[in-house]
Write a protein that binds this ligand. Structure first.
Ligand code: T5A
Ligand code: NA
Length: 219
């Protein structure tokens, strides 16, 4: 239809945070509430453990295989690149993509290891679709540890998680100048009250992306 304006694109909304902050729970609730309001929305997560690269990452996280720190960083990034065209296609087709972890986790976890700089860690993800909103679910490591199963996977160590949280907060601070849309959410509350806050933010982001181009990471 030549008279119709440009098709409305979907929003790209990320959930980030330390392990057990409640990302998966809240991301799924947001998808449901957007769908109920009549929007197209889908859930996505990284790492996507279902692909061949994801299988390698899974083995590393579950401590069944050891992989060099830089090598596994590149695998996490490759695991996003293999979904890149799908994310752009969904957004262009008008589907809002709600994503449980993304490149910010990639940087926050890897750069928390000795010898890996934030700059080095950012490079492989440069050019991926940029988010319209990053919801940082903030919780102290003490409170996150009270939640189920903390301690089973490779990075679920108290000291390391503290460093990861500090790295996330530094990334957020660094991005303030460039106007990247981070939103800090107090994640140490009841599921329903966090959900209410996120639903309002999600709904407004979906309304704001109209006519806005899909950006590219770290540019
Ligand atoms: N990683 C990831 C990298 O190093 N580089 C990368 O590039 C990427 C993408 C796996 C690991 O990989 C690292 C980061 C991770 O260490 P993952 O598969 O996302 O990443 O694993 P987790 O983050 O550990 O995911 P979890 O499922 O454990 O945590 P979530 O998603 O934050 O929390 P959720 O919603 O599953 O909830 C955890 C528990 O808490 C309860 C839930 O019912 C559940 O039992 N809960 C609450 N309890 C009380 N109050 C609330 N408000 C609650 N919300 C949830
Ligand atoms: Na999760």
């Amino acid at each position: 239809d030549a008279t119709a304006g440009p098709a409305k694109r979907g929003a790209f909304i990320l959930f980030e945070g330390v392990d057990r902050c409640g990302k998966t729970t809240q991301a799924n609730l947001l998808v449901e509430s957007l769908k109920q309001a009549g929007h197209d929305a889908c859930f996505m997560r990284f790492p996507d453990r279902t692909t061949p690269i994801g299988h390698m990452i899974n083995g590393f996280l579950r401590n069944t295989t050891d992989i060099d720190d830089r090598c596994v960083h590149l695998l996490f990034s490759a695991n996003r690149w293999e979904a890149e065209s799908k994310i752009r296609e969904l957004l262009k087709a008008g589907t809002t993509v709600v994503c449980d972890r993304y490149a910010y986790s990639g940087v926050a976890f890897s750069a928390s290891k000795p010898g890996l700089s934030v700059r080095w860690c950012k490079d492989p993800d440069r050019g991926l679709p940029a988010p319209d909103k990053i919801l940082f679910l903030d919780i102290s490591v003490e409170d996150a540890m009270k939640r189920g199963q903390f301690g089973e996977e490779r990075y679920e160590k108290e000291e390391f998680q503290r460093t990861v949280r500090a790295t996330f907060l530094a990334l957020m601070e660094e991005d303030k100048a460039s106007g990247v849309a981070w939103q800090l959410i107090d994640a140490n509350r009841e599921i329903g009250s966090i959900q209410d806050e996120i639903q309002k933010i999600g709904t407004s982001v979906v309304g704001e992306v109209e006519g806005k181009e899909i950006g590219s990471l770290w540019s």
